[in-house]
Design a protein around this ligand. Structure first.
Ligand SMILES: Nc1nc2c(ncn2[C@@H]2O[C@H](COP(=O)(O)OP(=O)(O)O)[C@@H](O)[C@H]2O)c(=O)[nH]1
Ligand SMILES: [Mg+2]
Length: 395
């Protein structure tokens, strides 16, 4: 399906290191260098423990996880201090414009060997700088559109004039360095926004990069902050940096969730662990008191930031995860497997993964407990639904 998450951040924030960690942890399927601007691209598998559990029940010939592509692009922040600030280069944009979501790497680690370009660690400042640069780039797109819409508006067409008003409001907003996603807008304006492909409209996921010593605490801080909606006010040093980033993430408007996704990683540690055999890496993580690699969490959070969910299919041939946008109805999900399934959709036989597990993994028990449901064309697919589609193409 080719969904892409662009990794962005200021220079020396750990983007490339994170990319390496992601591609190693996520069993890179294909990695390839891209042309002139330094960019790395890789398709990685989305880790999903449910697949292994289902495989133990169904003994399939193969297990097929779903995938997400990550792109690591250098180029942000380089011109931030220059006399003429004109947004990002066309080359950079070529790589990032088509990303479906952005993973923003925020530097919280201290590393004297790789000094922060601004001389100190400060998440709020870095995020302001970064957002301002993205907004500046979007501003250029909006200016261009204002020119063409302005010419059309001479005819006095009411709809065109309304669009022009909106574009000017958008311009003023971006001029303050604020993301377009924060702007209130109406349905017709949504179409205009979509056509502009603005960077600051893309779903965002925050990745705070901390040193290995702070990783466990940073993770705990993010979980606690998520639970009670407050940040740890007294956190010092790196943790204060994490708390500042968390505050930003929570303040964001997102579809169907309270705030943007935020994950703590130690990119360097994870990139190094990715080079060890899996058991050694697991042992090392356990010694640090960490349950699993943060890279997995970044991949999963990226997937959620894209507003995606997985439904599952299970049989003797394969156990597989499929991707649909949250809110998709059953026939659309069926169409992911085969267009015939969508065209000839009759109904879906659905069992929730959790229910099946509660039934000891036995379909027979699930049936007895009424956990297997027959759903029609208006059924909205949920994450973790195990589905068997009934279809008839001759209809
Ligand atoms: N201590 C520490 N150093 C890191 C971490 N992540 C990256 N670095 C170092 O910071 C420098 C910049 O990392 P890099 O990934 O090239 O940053 P990029 O410019 O954002 O791509 C390198 O020397 C990395 O080894 C981390 O989590 N901890
Ligand atoms: Mg880099």
């Amino acid at each position: 399906m080719g969904l892409t998450v662009g990794i962005i951040g200021l220079p020396q924030s750990g983007k490339t290191t994170l990319f390496n960690a992601l591609t190693r942890a996520g069993a890179e399927i294909s990695g390839y260098p891209t042309s002139t601007v330094q960019a790395n691209r890789a398709v990685v598998q989305v880790p999903d423990e449910r697949l292994q559990k289902l495989a133990a029940i169904f003994n399939p010939r193969k297990i097929v996880p779903t995938t997400v592509e990550f792109v690591d692009v250098a180029g942000l922040g380089q011109a931030a201090e220059g006399p003429k600030r004109e947004g990002l280069s066309a080359e950079f944009l070529g790589h990032i414009r088509n990303a479906d979501a952005l993973a923003i790497v925020v530097r919280c680690f201290n590393n004297p060997a790789a000094p922060h370009p601004a001389g100190s660690v400060d998440a709020a400042r870095d995020l302001d700088d970064l957002m301002a640069e993205l907004a500046l780039t979007d501003l250029a797109s909006v200016e261009k559109r204002i020119e063409t819409t302005g010419r059309k508006a001479k005819t006095g067409d009411k709809k065109v004039l309304e669009e022009l008003d909106f574009l000017k409001r958008l311009r003023a907003h971006l001029n303050e360095g604020r993301p377009a996603s924060e702007l209130e807008y109406a349905a017709p304006e949504d179409a205009v926004l979509r056509e502009l492909f603005l960077l600051t409209m893309k779903p965002r996921l925050y990745v705070v990069n901390v040193s290995e010593d702070a990783l466990a605490e940073a993770g705990a801080l993010l979980e606690a902050a998520g639970a009670d909606g407050k940040s740890a006010g007294n956190a010092a040093g790196e943790l204060a940096c994490v708390a500042a980033a968390a505050q930003r993430a929570r303040a964001e408007r997102t579809e169907g969730a309270a705030g943007a996704e935020i994950v703590a990683v130690s990119a360097k540690l994870e990139a190094e662990l990715g080079e060890l055999p899996e058991e050694d890496a697991t042992e090392y993580l356990a010694a640090l008191g960490l349950p699993r690699l943060g890279a997995d969490r970044v991949i999963q959070a990226g997937y959620r930031a894209l507003n995606l969910i997985s439904f599952l299919t299970a049989g003797e041939d394969e156990v597989r995860a499929w991707t649909v946008t949250r809110g998709s109805k059953a026939p659309v999900a069926a169409g992911k497997i085969h267009s015939d399934f969508e065209r000839g959709f009759i109904r879906a036989e659905v069992v929730q993964y959790d229910d099946l597990m509660a039934d000891g993994g036995a379909m027979k028990t699930a049936r007895e407990h009424g956990h297997i449901r027959l759903e029609g064309k208006d059924y909205v697919v949920k994450d973790g639904d195990i589905i068997e589609f009934r279809f008839n193409v001759s209809r």
